[in-house]
Design a protein around this ligand. Structure first.
Ligand SMILES: Nc1nc2c(ncn2[C@@H]2O[C@H](COP(=O)(O)OP(=O)(O)OP(=O)(O)O)[C@@H](O)[C@H]2O)c(=O)[nH]1
Ligand SMILES: [Mg+2]
Length: 656
């Protein structure tokens, strides 16, 4: 993008916030106001939920910007974290409803942990009922620094129609799709405005001794002083300013733009916050990878330092295109400068998160790790001929989405996709269909049951077959006995006096182990010892094959007679929830045959608990769905295999 008029380096802002708070609507309104309108959905009130980052480049009052619309759904939270690792400032978009305030807690924590400067934008102000103070107080409970109200809403006939700017003390009336118009401060508003102003000044005075003196001496501070303090405190994470608006009627958009313009740190400040040295060769960090049909691989990246030209060597590849997205369309640029976010073409060897430098060794830079998977689906092609295509497509998808985990079930033979939830995996399957023409079926993954035996048996197996001249003969006697849980399979040879010649014994051992792969219930038999005690052979008719067959016969009958039992995998599960939901999480676990081990405060998460339990894996498939529905979408869990336990009849034998 050329045409910046004042030489400021490009800055970038992420729009984050709970699900459905209006981030995408706000993104569109901000792009409109900057003269780079983006394509709208046919029915903006029925806009689909955002499932991946959406980027827009624009120029507002001469400054170049990249806006990033982030998903609000918890299932795509990692995308949001990746964007937050790149930007100079975040706008936390929320709704004027105290009951929904808790939903900002995880984001507030991410912003605070990574010291990302942020402002709060209370959207949908047209739906405000009651006092804005209640929403502010509810939000404050999850904020890590004081929230200061920059605007006071003006209500006419019960509807919010404009606002008073607390710093400049000017009133504005919203006009749909246009800049707001200046109006007189309604006389009824004077008190509310003065109260908001005193709070703002007092909060700022906490970090500014000169201002504090003025407050104590009752000298009104200048607007210039207040603007300067706001900017300084915001960058330092000492206060968070709160703005208001109604994105779907473009209310409060220009006020927000001006706050962004005034208060967003530049790339040098952000690089310093991230520990990047100010001098050195160009430094670029990739935060998203996309395989786009015609352009090939695109690496969305920010330039932390320096400039690059198209065609340079980056991370071992020749840069094949620098793209920008004004109005959502891709346009090619010859060069990208420090601060810019751009899509870089054809950097095949470069992975998401990696920092690169032209012809040089980049500095190691932190990048968010993906959260552990919480939901899984087994996928299969409807046409086996597509299997090769599927594995190629999955490879690309895994490169694009670090929260996808692919597993080939050793016991079940299934291809299992693990991810962040139903919407995430359904979106992935839709993408496989749309972008790669793959027709897939999805099923609930099978549980890797095992089986074992509870008593020891002695079993005889004999093969005697006469076909034409040459016959087959083998005879084995085996003991099959249970072993301790986790001890695995063992084969012991106790044959004496050559009853079974040495050279056939390995065949017996192999056949016994092979036969244990499928027990009477259809699953792998674990923790047994098979001892070959005796047998018979024939000097001509015996062979490895004959001894294998005799062993199979003995194993099949012996296992069925040895009091077999199904073993089901039990996982250690840790649910994390805001502590209002701790009791509910416990009930949910016990309702799923879980054995609660205890609960404790989640380390580093004040107000959250970790509830630990042992739960059968068969009960975990849709745990996340129920957990989220009971915890405002906030609850999550992690799991790891713990042990195999005898099933008390809940587990199902595999269908033949
Ligand atoms: N009343 C009112 N509705 C709004 C406003 N802004 C957005 N909406 C509506 O809120 C709904 C959600 O808007 P989106 O912009 O898709 O919200 P989002 O935050 O991007 O949602 P996710 O991407 O799913 O997290 C849509 O129906 C919008 O029309 C507003 O200022 N006032
Ligand atoms: Mg959205």
């Amino acid at each position: 993008m050329s045409g910046t008029q004042n030489g400021r380096s490009p800055r970038s802002v992420a729009l984050v916030g709970p699900y459905g708070s209006g981030k995408s609507t706000l993104f569109d309104a901000l792009m409109d106001a900057a003269g780079s309108p983006v394509k709208r959905p046919a029915d903006p009130r029925n806009r689909p939920t955002t499932t991946e980052l959406r980027l827009g480049h624009c120029i507002y009052l001469g400054d170049p910007w990249t806006l990033i619309d982030c998903p609000g759904s918890i299932e795509f939270a990692h995308e949001t974290c990746c964007a937050l690792a790149m930007v100079d400032l975040a706008v936390l978009v929320c709704e004027p409803q105290p009951a929904k305030a808790l939903a900002i807690a995880p984001l507030m924590k991410t912003l605070a942990d990574h010291h990302v400067p942020h402002v709060v934008f209370i959207n949908k102000i047209d739906t405000l009922e009651g006092s804005l103070r209640d929403t502010l107080a509810a939000l404050q409970a999850y904020a890590t620094c004081p929230l200061v109200l920059r605007q006071v809403p003006i209500a006419e006939a019960g509807k919010v129609t404009g606002y008073v700017d607390v710093v400049s003390e000017r009133a504005y009336r919203y006009r749909r799709g246009q800049p707001s118009e200046l109006m007189q401060i309604p006389s009824a508003m004077a008190d509310a405005e003065q109260e908001a102003k005193s709070r703002l000044v007092e909060t700022l005075a906490d970090n500014d001794d000169a201002l504090l003196e003025k407050v104590l001496e009752d000298i009104p501070p200048s607007t210039g002083e207040l603007y300067a303090d706001l900017r300084k405190d915001l960058a330092a994470g000492a206060v968070t300013e709160v703005l208001l608006g109604a994105a779907d009627q473009a209310g409060g958009i220009r006020r927000l733009w001006k706050a962004l313009r005034h208060d967003t740190p530049d790339v040098a400040a952000t690089a310093a916050r991230k520990g990047i040295a100010p001098d050195g060769p160009p430094l670029i960090q990739v935060f998203k990878t996309v395989h786009a049909g015609h352009t090939g691989k695109l690496s969305y990246a920010r330039l932390w330092r320096g400039a690059v030209k198209d065609g340079v060597t980056l991370g071992g590849a020749r840069l094949g295109g620098i793209y920008q997205m004004p109005g959502g369309e891709m346009t090619k640029a010859a060069e990208a400068e420090a601060g810019q976010i751009a899509a870089l073409g054809r950097l095949e060897p470069v992975a998401t998160g990696v920092a690169i430098a032209p012809n040089g060794t980049p500095e190691p830079l932190g990048f968010p790790a993906p959260p552990p998977p919480v939901y899984a689906l087994a996928i299969a092609t409807t046409d086996r001929k597509d299997d090769v295509k599927l594995s190629g497509a999955l490879q690309k998808l895994l490169e694009e989405d670090a929260t996808l985990v692919l597993e080939h079930g050793q016991d079940t033979g299934e291809t299992v996709l693990h991810g962040q939830g139903e919407i995430h995996l359904n979106t992935t399957v839709e993408r496989l269909a749309k972008n790669y023409g793959l027709k897939l079926t999805t099923t609930r993954p099978q549980v890797a049951y095992k089986e074992t035996i509870r008593s020891a048996v002695q079993q005889h197996g004999r093969l005697k077959r006469q076909t034409g001249g040459h016959g087959q003969f083998a005879d084995v006697k085996i003991d099959i006995a249970p072993r301790a849980r986790g001890a695995g399979f063992a084969f012991i040879d106790k044959v004496v006096g050559g009853a079974v010649p040495r050279n056939f014994i390995p065949a017996v051992g192999d056949a016994a182990e092979e036969a244990a792969k499928k027990g009477p219930f259809g699953y792998q038999v674990v923790d047994i010892a098979v001892t070959l005690t005796d047998g018979q052979f024939h000097s001509v008719d015996s062979s490895d094959m004959a001894f294998k067959t005799a062993t199979q016969i003995a194993m099949k009958e012996g296992l069925a007679a040895a009091d077999p039992v199904l073993l089901e995998p039990i996982d250690r599960v840790t649910i994390s929830v805001p502590n209002d939901f701790t009791a509910r999480a416990q009930r949910l676990l016990t309702g799923r045959r879980g054995q609660i081990l205890g609960y404790a405060e989640k380390p580093g998460w004040p107000g959250w608990d970790d509830v630990e339990a042992l739960v059968p894996e068969a009960e975990l498939h849709d745990l996340i769905i129920e957990l989220r529905s009971q915890t405002m979408g906030l609850g999550t869990y992690r799991r790891s295999f713990d042990h195999l336990a005898e099933s008390r009849g809940e587990a199902k034998p595999r269908a033949a």
